[in-house]
Ligand binder design. Sequence first.
Ligand code: DX5
Ligand code: ZN
Length: 221
Amino acid sequence: MSVRIAPSILSADLSRLADEIAMLEEGGADWIHVDVMDGRFVPNLTFGAKVIESVRKLTKLPIDVHLMVVQPENYFESFAEAGANGMSIHTEVSPHLQRQLNRIRELGCRAGAVVNPATPLSAVSEVIADLDLLLVMTVNPGFGGQSFIKGSVDKVRRAREMLAENGSKAFLEVDGGIDRKTIKSVWEAGANTFVAGNAIFSAKNPKAEIAELRSRCTVQT
Ligand code: DX5
Ligand code: ZN
């Protein structure tokens, strides 16, 4: 199973965004993860369409947008237009999840649903056919640099089983506290797409850290 490393630019030095994106590309990043926060669903405020547009100009890598916002549908058109390749929306603020996911697909983007640590996987069980990606949060969203919640490993295992039982080929992504120590446990549990912010950007050699994270996802014989 191929492994995707998706560095989150939340932890990047935004005054050097072009250099940071070039570094991630050279390091072999697969996707660029953009954390959009609205100060309502989560306390922080971060990026909008302008930043996605800037990232788009700097790279051809897929842009994986994580919408930590209420009423995410307000942003679908402008983010797709700005160059997003995938948009993931939180089940906790998406009462019309099936329609919202399909709208994301209509705009030509990969449609993702996100579950917070306290949200059961049953929140997505009726929309598996509408999912291109399932994101299991391994911290409570809102900030970079938090500690991985260990109980997430079993949830990822159950998410993998649920996708397999339904014949889904959706990406299974994890986000929050992913580093050299934690990545293997969620990879073994069935995740194949790994967001990492702090682990990459605070590393002595961020480029090498991407390879290091990837290397932890290999079968030991
Ligand atoms: C958390 C964000 C994450 C965050 C990950 O709210 O969704 O994408 O940037 O950062 P680390 O890897 O530092 O936990
Ligand atoms: Zn994220």
